[in-house]
Each structure stands twice: as C-alpha cells, then as structure tokens.
Design a protein around this ligand. Structure first.
Ligand code: PHE
Length: 466
C-alpha cells in the first residue's frame, strides 16, 4: 500500500539541498548586522564556537532522527520514541509554518528589489525609505493603503516554491539547489571582490578581523547561539525531513561538517561584504539589521559604489536564491508531514500549504506599516504587551518555537530514544564516529542547558534581546 519513499538522487544533491536550506536570509541579511553589533571579530569567533559546539551536534541529531525513522517530523518522534513524544514534531511543524509565512513574504520583497534595481534604480536612490515603505503600503502623503506591491511579489515567490516542490524531492528540490547553490557562490564571490576593493573598505575588513573583547557580554553568547540555530535550520525539524530522504550509506558526521562549514563560510563572507561596503560608503555607524537595513541603508551603498546598480541587482539575486532554497526546505517539511500523516496528495498539500502561508503572511506584511494589526506577547521585562502582529510572529518562532523544538530534539535523543541508538544509526556500514563520547555529553547535558538558558533569557529580558 505504501508508496516508495522519496530519496535524494545523489550525495552532492543532498549536501547542496541541505546547505541551501541552511544558507538563507539569516546568513546574508541577519549575520552581518549581528556581527557588527557584537564587536566584529569577537562575534565571529563566538559564533564559530557555537556552531562547532552546539550547532553541528544538533544538526547531526536531526539528520540521524530523520534517517533512522524514514518518516516526517511528527511520525519520526512517534516511531522512535512513543506517542507522547510527538509534541516535539508538532512544535516543529507549527514553527515551520509560522516562519515560512513571513519568510516567504520577505522573499517576495527581495524579488521586488531585484526587479526594482533592474528597472528603476534611480527611484530607489532618490528615496530609499519611501521606496521601501511605499512597497508596504505607506503613501507619500502619509496615508496608508493595501500593500499590493509587496503582496503580489510574495505570491510570485510562493508560486516558484510551489512549482519546485510539486515536482518532488529529487527532480524538484534537488535539481533547483544543484543550480541555485553554485550560482549563489559565484554571486557571493563577485560581491566579495567588489566590497573589499572599494576605497575605504579596509577599516571594515579590519573591524571584522579584530576582536574587541570589551564588547563581549553574556548576550553575545546567546545571540550567537540563537543565530547559529536559525542559520543552520535547526529547531524546525527541517533536517529531520531532509535526513529522512538519505540512504544508509551516507556518512552523517562528514555531511554535517560539510553543511555547517558551507553555511558558516557564507555567513562570514556576507559579513565581509556588507560591513566593509558600508564602512567604505556610509561610514561604520550605519551597519544595522532588520528590514530597514537590507532594503533601505544598502541603497546608499549601491548608489555610491562604482557600478552600484548592477551590484545591487546581483546582491538581491543572491538574497533571492538564498531565500528560495531555504523557503523550499521549510515548505517541504510541512508538505511531507501532511502527505504522510494525513495521506494528502503531494500536489494538493503543496497548493493548500502555499495558500495558507500566503494568507497568514499577508497579516505579517500588512502589519508592517499599512495597518496597525497587533498581537499579544508576554515576558517578565514588559509584562503583557501588544506589539505589531509581525513582530509577535518573529518573537514566537525565534524565542519560543525554535528553541523548544531544539530542546525537545536533544532531550529526545539523550533521554528517550537514547544516544546508543542514535550512535548506532550514525555508525552504520562500517562508519566510525570518533567524537561519539563528546557528542553524547553535548547532546545529553550541554545542549539542553544552553537551550533552556536561551528560552529563559528571552522570557526575562523581554523583546529587546536580538
Ligand atoms: N536557515 C535559514 C536562514 O538562514 C532559515 C531557516 C530556518 C530555514 C529554519 C529553515 C528552517 O535563513
């Protein structure tokens, strides 16, 4: 009765797809700003430590849960543990759903900017803020209207995802990543050369290379850890889904190292593009993060750099590829769950999910500037508060759902499924995992404590912690 489960067509196809999931807006848009705030070199060092110490073991954990269970994210916890463990998967699916709803809309904005730089760059340079908020529904006279430009582009972005996903794991997702990821690396290299050869960029380069330990605080560790999980696509059970399409012959620790290495390299390269470019054109104080930065401040950078408009197109194309391959992995995680758990057809599941994502994402986009849609949030610093709906969605995923699902995965492997079984899964077909002991300690003790700290700090210090 059961259909043959999908599998990756090749090893390189899997690695590129997993790296495609990991490399996303988090690397190119969030990392540089965070690195800047965290003291440049200081943050880069702490970030690398967090990836090696916690990110990589968590990715290995998710991949082995997926490969051992050969099923979707809710099913895998039921199959390897007991029925009661399924909540970890549910947190993952719900988190993935909420993240994707706004991730896909931001992807749409990126697409808008590719088109914008290609066809009407002077308009962006004239009024970078007005162009951005205009896209989101703010008129020049201060009134607001429905943000149809942003929403239209989000629909196109989701349509591209849907077309690829309906084609399946091997002929859709794998194929797309096999073209998209090499293209992304080439665009990244072009931008890197451009950025570090700009007059005045040396100061930015040295900022990124020289640690400033006076900026090191407890928050730096938390920000680096949160960023590492987000960037490696951990805590959304995406790697469980991608791992479930892997054959037993694959060496999981080696693949994990490769994916983490690529993801970190791209983040650091993006840091070495954005920070020096901003130093050279606008001065150091301007490096920031969030929507305003990627869409507004960078306009000044492209306006001032020689050949800026073409580099603008290249930059947003890079961001677009990165966003597409990540968004695809998120949707695949949800679609795999619906097809296996509720026996939906792949096509119907994909279309249904994309429409639902689109609608929820509309609330995110509309709540930016067009309409004051509010959400509810609680933390000990502010008590009950009513921030913009879009902010609530981001807080909920970054502060709660991602860490809770990651916590669930580490506790599951350390204490329920048991690490002997995880290690047996990893060490198949004669593969030796030399770091098995260290891995066990990390997954059983270090990871749960570190993740609990992230959750607690998010609750205590409130909405400002980024
Ligand atoms: N890793 C992606 C990024 O860096 C985001 C993502 C998170 C994708 C969770 C999948 C799952 O942008």
């Amino acid at each position: 009765m059961e259909k043959q489960r999908a599998q990756w067509g090749s090893k390189i196809g899997f690695i590129l797809a997993a790296a495609g999931s990991a490399v996303g807006l988090g690397n190119i848009w969030k990392f540089p700003g965070r690195a800047f705030e965290g003291g440049g070199g200081t943050f880069v060092i702490i970030y690398i430590i967090m990836v090696v110490l916690l990110g990589a073991p968590m990715m290995l954990t998710e991949l082995s849960i997926g490969r051992a269970s050969q099923t979707n994210i809710v099913g895998s916890f039921q199959k390897l543990g007991h029925k009661r463990s399924a909540w970890i998967g549910w947190v993952g699916v719900i988190g993935a759903f909420i993240i994707t709803s706004y991730y896909s809309h931001v992807g749409g904005w990126v697409l808008r900017y590719v088109a914008g730089y290609a066809t009407e760059a002077p308009k962006i340079y004239d009024n970078p803020m007005g162009y951005f908020t205009g896209m989101l529904g703010l008129n020049s006279d201060g009134s607001t209207s429905f943000p149809w430009v942003a929403i239209l582009f989000a629909a196109v972005f989701l349509l591209i995802n849907a077309i690829v996903i309906i084609r399946g794991v091997e002929s859709g997702i794998e194929k797309f990543n096999k073209i998209g990821m090499p293209a992304l690396f080439i665009l990244l290299l072009i931008l890197l050369v451009r950025a570090v050869t700009l007059d005045g960029s040396a100061e930015g380069v040295s900022y990124m290379l020289t640690p400033d330990w006076s900026k090191l605080t407890f928050d730096t560790f938390l920000a680096a850890l949160g960023q590492a999980f987000y960037s490696l696509s951990i805590g959304m059970a995406i790697m469980i889904t991608y791992g479930s399409y892997l054959s037993r012959k694959e060496n999981l620790p080696k693949n994990t190292a490769l994916i983490c290495g690529m993801d970190t390299m791209v983040a650091i390269m993006a840091g070495f593009i954005i920070v020096p470019a901003v130093f050279a054109t606008l001065g150091g104080g301007e490096v920031g993060k969030g929507g305003g930065f990627a869409f507004v401040s960078l306009a000044g950078v492209f306006q001032q750099m020689p050949g800026g408009t073409i580099f603008g197109v290249i930059f947003y194309l890079l961001l677009l590829f990165a966003a597409l391959t990540s968004c695809m992995s998120l949707i695949e995680g949800i679609v795999a769950f619906l097809t296996e758990h509720f026996s939906w057809g792949r096509k119907n599941a994909t279309i249904g999910v994309c429409i639902a994502l689109f609608l929820l994402g509309c609330l995110y986009t509309c709540s930016q500037v067009a309409f004051p849609i509010k959400g509810v949030w609680f933390d000990f610093a502010n008590g009950l508060s009513f921030p913009a709906f879009g902010d609530c969605m981001e807080y909920l995923t970054d502060r709660a759902l991602i860490p809770i699902c990651a916590l669930g995965c580490s506790i599951f492997v350390g204490w329920i499924w048991k690490q002997e079984n995880a290690l047996a899964e990893i060490e198949q077909e004669g593969i030796r995992f030399r770091l098995a002991k260290v891995y066990t300690i990390i997954i059983k003790y270090v990871a749960p404590i570190a993740i609990l700290t992230i959750i607690a700090m998010g609750l205590i210090s409130g909405m400002t912690l980024s």
